[in-house]
Ligand binder design. Structure first.
Ligand code: PLP
Length: 450
């Protein structure tokens, strides 16, 4: 091995073998795509890597760039590809439906939307049986907030600091990270402390965080609220698992104040956490409204809001219409996703591979001081990097260096957290133990070379 910064590191790890031959790519190359993107898609602060990757093909948990180089997608295209890139069952369902009838909307009947709604409702606990289809997580949260306000007769919403719920005029107010917020009116929305066991001032003490919610209602409102929304595992905010017991306490407080409880399952649903199908189940609660997107469609533009008949009844005052919501192609694809996740037993697979991965990451944490925290469940994990474990000083620059190195080694992870110092590992749910080992070996190698 070579002598690197912190001692001997062996040869760079190589990707696990994978039986797929990418097609030769003859299209536009990265430099030109980037140039045109800057010209025609506006200035963006948001692409990954100093030289962004030109990804041209995907197969299950792997992606290929223009040169045919293979990458392990440990971020699932932002936690979206649940079954795997181009999973054949999902592709076939979409192609078949597209050939038969590409579009109709809810002014006519179509079997796919009701089959999909019924299948989705069968996954929900309690009385959560009424489904609204939309096209994204933002739209789902926008609709959920509208329902909460109509049902409760109140306007005030409560969300968590560090939350990400979308970028539309309404949901930008729910989102609580300054990097994502444009300065527009935020509506009647208050943000309460994030029950973050690692960085939060009360550690894992759920009762203290919940008291702050009560204080907000008592001192910052007329005593009534429209609703409370939270991701049960914060995603963009840095893979934060809320302090155990928090949602139970807060849901009680919010309901007593006349509000409804919304769980944003855009990232944490569909068995990804391993222990449960829905993130909120890890907190032992049943929300009044659940929003979902991303993994629900394995990459198709699809979102949903599921609620109770009682709450849904308020939506009959006016027409609720969405041109593409529940269109036949997305419904057929979404139904295929639910079936694949069941047939391939992906929830228990996530539990299995996830506990192996988190175990190996915790061992790595003992070796490298820069790893301040390893957290999460199933395939919903976060690795927070710090330059000082006691002060928890975010290792911003180091994270950027490691992020690039991981890419060069063939691993794509996500970045998150207020300081951008959290690696998010949320791969397609077909990710294997060999893939997990490769991520850990690559991280070990990269950190050793810092
Ligand atoms: N909610 C959560 C938890 C998310 O992570 C996101 C997107 O990252 C959204 C909502 C918004 O979803 P979309 O980008 O599909 O509008």
């Amino acid at each position: 091995g070579r002598l690197l910064g912190r001692g001997l590191a062996s040869a760079p790890p190589s990707l696990p073998p994978f039986d797929h031959q990418p097609r030769p790519y003859k299209g536009m190359l990265a430099d030109e795509v980037l140039q045109k993107r800057k010209k025609f898609l506006g200035p963006s602060l948001f692409y990954y890597y100093q030289k962004p990757l030109n990804i041209v093909e995907g197969k299950m948990q792997y992606l290929y760039d223009e040169a045919g180089k293979r990458y392990l997608d440990a971020f699932a295209g932002i936690v979206t590809v649940s079954c795997g890139h181009c999973h054949p069952d999902v592709v076939n369902a979409v192609v078949e439906q597209t050939n038969l009838l590409q579009h109709t909307t809810t002014i006519y009947l179509h079997h796919a939307i009701v089959e999909f709604a019924e299948a989705l409702a069968s996954k929900m606990p309690g009385n959560l049986k009424v489904v609204y289809f939309v096209n994204s997580g933002t739209e789902a949260n926008e609709l959920a907030m509208l329902m909460a306000r109509l049902y409760s007769g109140n306007l005030g919403m409560i969300a968590l600091r560090n939350a990400y719920h979308g970028g539309s005029a309404g949901t930008i107010g729910l989102t609580a990270l300054h990097t994502w917020k444009y300065p527009i009116p935020q509506g009647e929305i208050n943000h309460v402390m994030n029950p973050d066991p690692y960085r939060g001032v009360f550690g894992s003490d759920a009762a203290s965080y919940a008291r702050e919610v009560q204080d907000h209602i008592s001192y910052g409102s007329s005593g009534n609220v429209a609703g409370f929304i939270a991701e049960t595992f914060q995603g963009v905010g840095g893979a934060v698992e809320l302090a155990p017991g928090y949602l139970k306490l807060v849901y009680d407080i919010v309901r007593k104040a006349g509000g409804v409880c919304i769980a944003d399952e855009v990232q944490s649903g569909f068995g990804r956490t391993g222990s449960h199908y829905w993130g909120f189940e890890t907190q032992g609660v049943i929300p009044d409204i659940v929003t979902m997107a991303k993994g629900i469609g394995n990459g198709l533009p699809l979102g949903a809001v599921v609620t109770t008949p009682e709450i849904a009844s308020v939506m009959s005052q006016k027409i609720q219409f969405n041109t593409f919501g529940g269109n036949p192609v997305c419904s057929a694809g979404g139904l295929a996703v639910l079936n694949v996740l069941d047939m391939e037993k992906r929830q228990s697979h996530c539990a299995d591979v996830g506990s192996h991965l988190i175990g190996r990451l915790r061992t790595l944490q003992q070796k490298h001081d820069i790893i301040g925290d390893v957290r999460g469940r199933g395939l919903m994990l976060g690795v927070e990097l710090v330059t000082d474990r006691k002060e928890k000083t975010p290792a911003k620059a180091e994270t950027t260096v490691l992020f690039e190195k991981l890419k060069d080694l063939g691993v794509l992870v996500g970045k998150g957290g207020l300081h951008g110092n959290v690696f998010r590992i949320k791969p397609p749910m077909c990710f294997t133990k060999d893939d997990a080992d490769f991520v850990v070996d690559a991280l070990d190698y990269a950190i050793s070379g810092l």
